[in-house]
Design a protein around this ligand. Structure first.
Ligand SMILES: Nc1nc2c(ncn2[C@@H]2O[C@H](COP(=O)(O)OP(=O)(O)OP(=O)(O)O)[C@@H](O)[C@H]2O)c(=O)[nH]1
Ligand SMILES: [Mg+2]
Length: 462
């Protein structure tokens, strides 16, 4: 049983129509009662759950009104945290909210830590750990697709999947332990066969979950994409064409862009963090040199590189340098200025790379030709398995992926131990380990350290 009552401002800082001070804990109703008064002197304590009561917040030290409010009470266990929750809907100004929070703290509430409301929902068993993390994903989602994945996880999609897999492994464990307890019994071939089949099947289910991660991560964190090329090929023009606005400076003189320019773009729900960079060439100018250095860094860190070449001029040494830099990167080749006469064959580039023809296209950043095709290409270049993945459960969280990988590694060890007829104790040990790893995802096995790391990412008031 958690003893103290917590409080925080749950709405964003700044001005708004309303702002909410939220409390959770066993004293929250009595506590707000001491600073609240309704026109008919109705006390919150006597109000039914899930009602909204009109009144005002008063400072008991001087009996002055602080704000006119609506108070919602949600009694345990039917609340976000499963504790008594009170939400005070104030006018949405910083001072009224802060003053109300101050009074609540003065009356005995403690300021909530980041994510503490959600942590209580977890501690009190309303949601498991993966669902708590989904709350954060939902708040942070940047596109409709990332929102969809988060809400599915919040509703328990991943938890259910993990629980089913754990149940199947627990069955094996129980079976094995029965044999261990009666060492005179030989393991019957039929049951060994069944165990092997189950283990192989669980293994492939785990593998499927792991492969969904990379693609899903793009929806959550965004796909970082660098536009690169030698000076003057039209990198900034392409950025502007993709954004449909004049974001970056475009001029006819090479070396216009010096800094990396970063913008966000939404392609069919996929959030793209797109970077326009300085043209790559050997220069003496200090500022431009630094720009080139940053361009090269952005190639390193990008999930996808769009390499631009000016097709109206023959390829130059600097172009070959660009080709060299993207050799082992996930890349798309854009041959720009297709409104002009071409001066080289695209094979001159493709033959130097392992890229397929399907990753090369003609565009005109100036006229807008090929921009929609480029967007399609960006989407598909990173989401090869997405169509199948989105129909099932998707893993979006690195912590979950690592736990699944560990679980799979232990399961594989158990599998080969069983095949090699090693002692059953060893097999059982590995399966137990695998179970624990999966348990970390839902929080069945969770250390204080894991919990702190997760909830510290939340904002205060959630
Ligand atoms: N004809 C034609 N000209 C283009 C096209 N795209 C860009 N340009 C021109 O090419 C020149 C260079 O364009 P930028 O977008 O500044 O090129 P950049 O690659 O960003 O150049 P740096 O920032 O100097 O590296 C400008 O004069 C543009 O108008 C195109 O599709 N067709
Ligand atoms: Mg530029």
């Amino acid at each position: 049983m958690i003893e103290d009552t917590i409080a925080a401002i749950s709405t964003p800082l700044g001005e708004g129509g309303i702002g909410i001070v939220r409390l959770s804990g066993k004293d929250s109703i009595a506590l707000v009662d001491r600073i609240f008064c309704s026109p008919k002197n109705k006390s919150l304590k006597d109000s039914k759950s899930h009602r909204i009561i009109y009144g005002c917040i008063k400072d008991p030290s001087n009996d002055r009104e602080v704000d006119e409010v609506l108070v919602t009470i949600m009694r345990s266990p039917y609340s976000y945290t499963r504790e008594d929750v009170v939400e005070i809907n104030c006018h949405g100004g910083m001072i009224t909210l802060q003053k109300t929070l101050e009074l609540v703290l003065r009356e005995g509430a403690r300021l909530a830590d980041p994510g503490e409301f959600t942590k209580r929902a977890f501690m009190n068993g309303r949601i498991d750990l993966s669902q708590a993390e989904a709350v954060l994903d939902l708040i942070k989602s940047k596109t409709d697709e990332s929102r969809r994945i988060a809400i599915e996880q919040l509703q328990g999609g991943l938890s259910e999947k993990i629980t089913t897999l754990r149940d199947r492994m627990t069955d094996i464990c129980v079976h094995l332990e029965a044999y261990i307890d009666f060492p005179e019994d030989e393991i019957v071939p039929a049951s060994k066969h069944d165990m092997l089949e189950t283990m192989k099947d669980v293994d492939s289910e785990l593998q499927k979950l792991i492969t969904t991660y990379d693609e899903a991560r793009f929806f959550r964190e965004g796909l970082s994409t660098a536009i690169i090329g030698r000076p003057n090929v039209g990198k900034s023009s392409l950025l502007n064409a993709l954004l449909k606005k004049d974001r970056a400076i475009v001029t006819e003189s090479p070396g216009t862009t010096r800094d990396v320019i970063e913008e966000y773009l939404n392609i069919k729900g996929l959030p793209l963090r797109i970077m326009d960079t300085a043209g790559i060439r050997d220069v003496e100018d200090i500022a431009e040199k630094e720009g080139v250095k940053r361009s090269l860094q952005s190639i390193e860190n990008a999930d996808l590189v769009i390499a631009i070449f000016d097709r109206s001029e023959s390829l130059k040494n600097e172009d070959f340098e660009v080709i060299d830099k993207i050799k082992d990167k996930n890349a798309i080749i854009a041959l720009n200025k297709c409104d002009l006469l071409p001066s080289f064959d695209k094979d001159e580039i493709v033959s130097r790379l392992t890229i397929y023809d399907s990753r090369v296209l003609d565009i005109s950043a100036m006229r807008g030709d090929g921009i929609e095709e480029l967007k399609d290409m960006i989407f598909h270049s990173c989401l090869k398995n997405w169509k199948e993945a989105r129909e099932g459960i998707v893993v979006t969280n690195l912590r979950h992926k690592i736990a699944i990988e560990h679980a799979q590694a232990s399961l594989k060890k158990a599998l080969s131990a069983l095949l090699e007829s090693q002692p059953l104790e060893i097999i059982a040990l590995e399966i137990r380990d695998s179970l624990d790893r999966l348990g970390e995802i839902v929080g069945a096995v969770a250390t204080e350290d894991i919990l702190n790391r997760i909830f510290n990412e939340f904002c205060i008031g959630k």
